[in-house]
Design a protein around this ligand. Structure first.
Ligand SMILES: Cc1ncc(COP(=O)(O)O)c(C=O)c1O
Length: 378
């Protein structure tokens, strides 16, 4: 049996998405910037994709820019805010994705910004009062806080943070890579300036994503070149990727309720089965209010901590680590470390998709039980 429980890393391409992309990998190959019929055809496909995404998010198509994925979009939001809006103070958290953290740290290192970290609790929840203090005691800030953490699933009260940022005239970026197309979003109601999406996190192709840039902010390109993306991002567009991105998003919205129910059910079932079968496990993050695709489990101390993912892999189960780090250069997960997890205990992230089944959970729990045999009392 082969089981894929690493859907927060990437998801399988949906067959329906591939079918939509195929004509643009074969017959419809024109450069969207060409003015002849070949180009006009592919230009229409790109603008159609933009309209689809804009409509689903309740924004204008002019506010959607295609990128190579989540990382580029995070870079763009941050770098353009510093370069073009004159931001000198940024607020973020220690559990952001490296696409955000490393970008901000590089700008701080270059002396371009002052960087503040908002306090978090043990579940990775943002201390809103501390955020307000940071906003109050600094000049106009840029706030980058992720909607859902990719390792532990902790959710940000995005609307509340958006309103707070608005009160202090701050620019608000939320990395929504893990939540895009997993929850319905009305961006106009959320008071964000920038959010992003990466198609491969919702059964679309890899290497393509987008950024929403509110029309309230005026920025210049991060990548200069041709006049693609209304002069905001040079380079011939990833045509079939963009077509696949829009199709994947359409499908996600069409089937959202059924998939949410299915995946939430799997997550709850796995948590319950693990608690029942392996004494001493704990959930990292907040089981009751977190991203429904992610379950991060801390296992009891074991001699084979470093081997857990390897052993799961041998058993045909793909999951990922927020690992123990008892030796060598492996520092373990920056997220688990930041929320004060016991780094001597192995943690494993299981992340689910619409393609997973209950039997896969049963098999995985059976295998995990073998790693933690219950000691007989003598
Ligand atoms: C929260 C978050 N932000 C950004 C990214 C980067 O996305 P991409 O790999 O598409 O550049 C990821 C992907 O792992 C992510 O989970």
């Amino acid at each position: 049996m082969k089981i894929y429980f690493d859907n927060a890393a990437t998801t399988a391409l949906d067959k329906e998405v591939l079918d939509a992309m195929m004509p643009y990998m074969t017959d419809h190959f024109g450069n969207p910037s060409s003015i002849h019929s070949f180009g006009r055809q592919t230009r229409a496909a790109i603008e159609g994709a933009r309209k689809t995404i804009a409509k689903l998010l309740n924004v204008s198509p002019a506010e959607i820019f295609f990128t190579s994925g989540g990382t580029e979009a995070d870079n763009m939001a941050i770098r353009c805010s510093v370069n073009d809006i004159g931001i000198k103070h940024c607020i973020t958290s220690k559990i952001e994705h490296h696409a955000v953290l490393h970008t901000l740290e590089a700008l701080e290192h270059q002396g371009r910004i002052k960087l503040s970290f908002v306090n978090l609790d043990k579940k990775g929840k943002v201390d809103i009062a501390h955020l307000e203090e940071l906003l109050k005691s600094n000049e106009r800030s840029f706030v980058s806080l992720m909607h859902a953490n990719n390792e532990i699933g902790t959710l940000l009260p995005i609307k509340e943070v958006g309103e707070l940022c608005e009160r202090y005239n701050a620019i608000f970026h939320s990395d929504t890579v893990q939540t895009m197309a997993h929850y319905a979003m009305d961006l106009k109601a959320m008071k964000v300036h920038f959010v992003n999406g990466a198609a491969h996190k919702f059964h679309g192709p890899k290497g393509v994503g987008f950024i929403y840039v509110s029309s309230d902010v005026k920025i210049h390109p991060m990548i200069y070149g041709g006049s693609q993306e209304r002069n905001m991002r040079g380079g011939t567009e990833n045509l079939y990727g963009i077509v696949g991105l829009a199709k994947a998003m359409e499908i996600a919205y069409r089937d959202m309720k059924a998939h949410q129910d299915h995946v939430m059910g799997l997550k709850a079932y796995m948590a319950e089965q693990l608690k029942k079968n392996i004494p001493g496990i704990e959930i990292n993050g907040d089981l009751n209010s977190s991203l429904y695709t992610v379950l991060n489990v801390q296992f009891p101390p074991t001699e084979v901590a470093e081997m857990m993912l390897f052993n799961l892999d041998i058993a045909g189960i793909a999951a990922s680590g927020g690992s123990a780090c008892t030796s060598g250069s492996n520092q373990g997960s920056h997220v688990l470390r930041a929320i004060g997890c016991d780094m001597e205990r192995p943690s494993v992230r299981f992340s689910f998709s619409k393609f997973n089944k209950k039997e896969e959970v049963d098999y995985t729990v059976t295998k995990l039980k073998e790693f933690f045999p219950v000691k007989e009392k003598v």
